[in-house]
Design a protein around this ligand. Structure first.
Ligand SMILES: [Zn+2]
Length: 301
């Protein structure tokens, strides 16, 4: 049996002292659940290194990267990112981006892999936004393109919020096709232009959601890709506090099955980043995030 390579670093969960809207505990709780479910064992656990400033500066403004590194972001930059105890998150951002790059490399080797973090899709070239400091996906994709490991990439962003940072970073790059299915009346207020945007109305339920997803996958079925990077945000769920959609848990199972089948049938490597998910009950949230891991393991067996 192929074991799904899973990337995790202890810094993913910062053990915050103060309560926050950002559910930082979900990362270590998810790791625990994957271990309990028999999906994560010692042999398929990979620990990332923090990325260097120079690798990150290929995607982000080097001055911004330096400010993150030296914990000297301006008050305005901090407000735009909106994370508590931001200096600790700054250190974590280097590791989280390292995790997505490691997972992407593993996916190219093994056909699939997942980072138990990442999907910081609001971060743009010049700075962070909406809980996102570095755009880990863009950093990994740019690295793989520049090192010749891939020629074409599809970024499939199914987080409920538009992947605006990713869209702007790759706006002029024909090698990368950005796809975002999101709730139109949600953050960010001003949407960017992905190669393919599907704006869903508030309150969309399973049937409608899956219809739009299927249609989208059909549209991109002939798009050349050596890698699919998937933002598997579960904030499309009906109980999400920031989502505004009404997709059920079984709807998320079907979503993950369609995405995984899309890649498996095309023979394209798939790398997962966690993306958003905001619920009071961390246990419920973690159960939703764990679905993609289960689906991947089952489909690739
Ligand atoms: Zn989101």
């Amino acid at each position: 049996m192929i074991s799904l390579p899973i990337v995790f670093h202890p810094l993913y969960d910062l053990k915050m002292s103060q309560a926050s809207r950002f559910p930082i505990q979900k990362y270590s709780q998810l790791k625990k659940k994957l271990e309990i479910d028999g999906i994560l064992k010692k042999r398929n656990l990979f620990v990332p290194l923090p990325l260097s400033l120079s690798i990150i500066s290929r995607t982000h403004d080097p001055l911004y990267v330096n400010r993150v590194h030296s914990c000297s972001l301006s008050e305005m930059e901090k407000r735009k990112i909106g994370l508590p105890e931001i200096d600790r998150f700054c250190e974590r951002a280097f590791v989280s981006a390292g995790g997505t790059l490691l997972a992407a490399k593993l996916a190219l080797n093994f056909g699939f892999a997942a980072n138990v973090a990442g999907g910081s899709h609001h971060a743009a070239r010049s700075g962070g936004s909406g809980f996102c400091i570095f755009n880990d996906v863009a950093i990994a994709v740019n690295y793989l393109l520049e090192s010749g490991k891939v020629k074409n990439v599809i970024i499939l962003d199914l987080d409920v919020h538009q992947g605006d940072g990713t869209a702007t970073i790759f706006e002029m790059d024909p090698r990368v096709v950005t796809v975002s299915i999101h709730c139109e009346k949600n953050f960010p207020v001003r949407k960017a232009k992905s190669d393919l945007d599907i704006d869903l109305k508030k309150g969309v339920t399973d049937t409608e959601y899956l219809y739009f997803l299927e249609n989208t996958l059909k549209k991109i079925n002939t798009v050349p890709a050596d890698l699919v990077v998937y933002n598997a945000g579960v904030d499309i769920h009906e109980n999400d506090s920031l989502g505004y959609l009404k997709v059920s848990s079984s709807g998320i199972v079907l979503r993950e099955e369609k995405v995984v089948e899309f890649c498996r049938s095309r023979g394209v490597p798939l790398v997962i980043t966690l993306g958003g998910g905001y619920q009071k009950s961390i246990a419920n949230l973690v159960a939703l995030h764990s679905i993609i891991f289960k689906v991947m393991v089952n489909c690739w067996e």
